[in-house]
Design a protein around this ligand. Sequence first.
Ligand SMILES: [Zn+2]
Length: 446
Amino acid sequence: MSVSIPFVLSLLSPAQGPLPKPLDLAKVLARVTSKNLERSVRDLASFGTRHTFSTTEDPKRGIGAARDYIERRLRAAAKRSSGRMKVERKTYELSMRHQGKKVRVVNLVATIEGQQEPDRVFLVSGHYDSRNTDRKDGQHDAPGANDDGSGSAAVLEMADALADMPLRCSVRLVLFDGEEHGLWGSRQEARDLSERGIQVEGMMTLDIVGNTEGPDGKREGSYVRVFSYLKSAKGKASGGLDAPGRRLARLVARAADVHVSDFRVKLIFRGDRYGRGGDHRPFAEQGIPAIRMTEPLENFGRQHQDVHPKNGRPYGDLPEYMDFGYLEKVSRTALAALLEQAQAPRPPRRVVARVQRDLSTALFLLPPENAKGLAGYEVVWRPTTEARWKKARFFPAQGKGSPSSTRGFLKIQLKDVMLDDNIVAIRCVGENGARSLAVSAPERDL
Ligand SMILES: [Zn+2]
C-alpha cells in the first residue's frame, strides 16, 4: 500500500513493514522561540552598522563589536556542550584593498562534533555583515535587522538549542562576513573546507527570513521560499530536477510538513532570487547540496537602505518591521531539516532503475557504507512534472519485505510504478525515524 504524501506524508504508510515513527524533534524545536530570536536581532541591530568596512575599535558600534557579541554567544552555548562544541574566529586577508589596507573578513564558526559519524558535516549559515544604500559606506547606520540579522539570530538560537544535544553527525554553524560585497566570507569557507578535505553533505543559508510584509502592505507568512541550483555533483551526469540542491530542498520541504505546524516550504527551482546570489552559491559550485531560505515577499524599501524618517518614525532595515513569529517558524524548519539529515544514516551510495518486461520498475541500490542504526529504505516517487515526492513505500533492511540481494546490489521491485512516467528515488531511514536525502537513479536523457 502506498499513501499520498502531502500533510502527513508517508508517516502512515505501513507498506512492506513497520515504518519507524518520525524523528521526534518537538523538544529541541521548542527551544527556538520568537522571544529569543527577537532578542538576538535587537542585539545585532544595536551595533548601528555591521558593514565589513565599519569600525573594529569601538566596543559598542560596528562590525568588531558585533563579532565580539556573536563570539560571546557561541562560547556561552559551547560551555554547555561538554567540550563537543568548538568556536573559531576564522580570519582571511583578501587581495583587494580598502583605504590602502588589505580587506579582512572574519567568519565565526561553531562546530558540534558528531558522536557516531563525526566526519559527516552539515552546515547552516547566516551572514552577520550589513549594508545601507551605498555598498561601500562603513560609517552610517546599517542595522541589518532582517538582512541578515534574521538568519544570524536563527544560527545563534540553533547553537543554543544544539549545544547539549547528542548528534550522530557533525554540525557546523557559521556566521559569514562580507556577503554583501560578493560572498567574500562564504567563498573562503567553502574553499578552506574543500582544501582540508572536509566533505560537507548539506548546506543551508538563511538570508532575509524575518519579514512578512510586502511592499504593498499585504502580509504573507505561511511559507518560506527555498532556492536551489541546478548544478550537478562534480563529475557526475546532469542532476536536472534531482540535482543535489533540489534533493536537499525536498528534504527541507518535508521537514516543514512533518515538524512545523501551519507552515510550509515553497520550492523555487532557481539557484537564488532572479539575478542575485547568496552564501550557498560557493558550496553549490562544488556540487554540495546547498539551498537558500528567504521570505516570500522581500521589501526593498527596507533592505539595503539608509535609515531615514518616514511618518515621523525611523525607517529602514530595523527590528520594528520584523515578524518574529514568522522567523521562529523558518528557524524551526531549518533546524528540523538539519537534524533530519544529521541524525539519519547516509543516503544510498548509488541507485539504478530498470523498466521490466511487465512495465514494472526494478530498483538496485548500494546501501550506505555504515549501515548502523539503519531501519530500512523508503522508496519515493513522483510524476516527472511534479516538484515534490507524491508517494512513499518503506522496505525494512532486515526480515519480511526486505530487499533481495543480487550481485552486490539490493533489489526492490515496484509492480505498480511506471518508471518512464515517474522519477523514483530511495532514502535511508534510521531506527530513530530520521530520513537521509533521497537519491534518484540518474537521468539518461539527451
Ligand atoms: Zn543578505
